[in-house]
Design a protein around this ligand. Structure first.
Ligand SMILES: *Cc1c(COP(=O)(O)O)cnc(C)c1O
Length: 399
């Protein structure tokens, strides 16, 4: 099929829930993507913070291909080895004692909220404790439960009524959190570094306060590290940068290097509230995705890799700050999850950059988000910054 045919068929046969540029991607290698016309793009969005090892990593591809010809799926009615090996790695390298597998970020958050509701029932059987506290600017996913904890009304409003008893406090606002978290609260869910909401890092004081409020009321603290976890911020988990530990942490995006996976990591006492049959998934934790995830985890969980992510992130933020365009209002983020707040809408800049061979995404209306593969080189960062600079100058003229 040629490009025009693909685009025409998409508009005819696929539900129109996405706005896509006229770009058909056919191949990827490292930090580069190639379209159907043979044009090359420098990829600073990494499939929305997913392809941490870049595209078509040879070791990852070999593991996937080997496992596909060995065993792909049998359901969770049997033991399979990659699932167990990966769980051991995740547990031995985090606060957690156990892992529940699922297939996406939304599902990981559904899992966390279900565990939290059951935990509250088991631990205070005489009282109704179903309240969930989330925050402004949050994004936890599109399924009904995860959506209930997602702040943006544009995503919520058409689908109401959502799961009841979810309330929003202001992100990074200690007074607001203190006013809302109480003895009816079963869980507090927060992204240590908000992604979709505009790349907003939580403050140390704020996460510390949430931890102590959850301790006071025996509520579970859930960190959604679907986007910011697994090396993205320069530490294996974003929470390490704060010294505050959650009771449950959700993971997904980068974990299997581009294959669908989700996971909820949790403390033993949380895990104990669920009995066999209480929760489950047909596909989750299959041998293929887990084998892929083992490669990703092993490659990212190395001191030299994590240190490099921190340094490259710092370098990239500094370079953008030096662009000195009136369009740039603020540059923020941690590691290689960076938000550039603009004085204008982000969309025209995404297009200007794309036309010059650079792929970036937005986070909200006026923030450009950079979340490249973690293997990006300094030369590629320089290349990206110079294209961004050119794109900004082009826009300044246009405005
Ligand atoms: C992307 C994202 C989700 C939802 O993940 P899906 O895999 O799209 O369901 C949840 N939380 C955060 C922080 C995310 O960035």
């Amino acid at each position: 099929m040629n490009k025009a045919q693909i685009i025409a068929d998409e508009s005819k046969y696929v539900a129109q829930t996405y706005m896509r540029p006229d770009l058909v991607l056919v191949r990827g290698e490292g930090v580069y993507l190639y379209d159907s016309e043979g044009f090359r793009y420098l990829d600073l969005m990494g499939g929305i913070a997913v392809t941490a090892l870049g595209h078509s990593d040879p070791q990852w591809a070999e593991a996937v291909s080997d496992q596909a010809s060995l065993l792909t799926h049998v359901s969770n009615l049997f033991y399979t080895e990659p699932q167990i090996r990966l769980a051991r790695q995740l547990v031995e390298n985090s606060f957690a004692d156990r892992v529940f597998y699922c297939n996406s970020g939304s599902e990981a958050n559904e899992t966390a909220l279900k565990f939290a509701r059951k935990y509250a029932r088991e631990h205070s059987p005489d009282r109704v404790r179903t309240k969930i506290v989330a925050f402004t600017g949050s994004f936890h996913g599109r399924t009904m439960g995860a959506l209930s904890a997602t702040a943006r009304s544009k995503y919520r409003q058409p689908f109401e009524p959502l799961v009841p008893d979810v309330y929003f406090a202001a992100f990074n606002d200690q007074e607001s959190a203190t006013a809302l978290i109480d003895d009816e609260t079963c869980a507090v869910i927060v992204e240590p570094l908000q992604g979709e909401g505009g790349v907003n890092p939580a403050t140390q004081e704020f996460l510390g306060l949430l931890r102590s409020l959850c301790d006071r009321y025996n509520a579970l603290l859930i960190f959604d590290e679907v986007q910011c976890g697994l090396g993205r911020t320069g530490t294996l988990w974003a929470y390490e940068g704060y010294g505050v530990r959650p009771d449950i942490m959700t993971l997904a995006k980068p974990l299997a290097g581009g294959l669908p996976i989700g996971a909820a990591l949790m403390r033993e006492s949380v895990s104990q509230v669920m009995d066999p049959g209480d929760h489950g998934s047909t596909f989750a934790g299959g041998p293929l995705v887990c084998r892929a995830a083992e490669v990703v985890f092993e490659r990212i969980n190395r001191p030299e890799m994590l240190t490099a992510v921190g340094q490259k992130g710092e370098y990239l933020r500094m370079a953008i700050r030096q662009i000195n365009s009136p369009l740039v209002r603020e540059v923020r983020g941690r590691g290689l999850l960076i938000g550039v707040e603009l004085a204008c809408e982000a969309r025209p800049l995404l297009k200007a950059a794309r036309d010059r061979g650079l792929l970036v995404i937005s986070a909200g209306d006026n923030v450009v988000r950079l979340c490249p593969p973690l293997i990006i080189s300094y030369d590629q960062i320089d290349e990206a910054v110079s294209v961004l600079e050119e794109s900004m100058s082009a826009l300044e003229v246009a405005i």
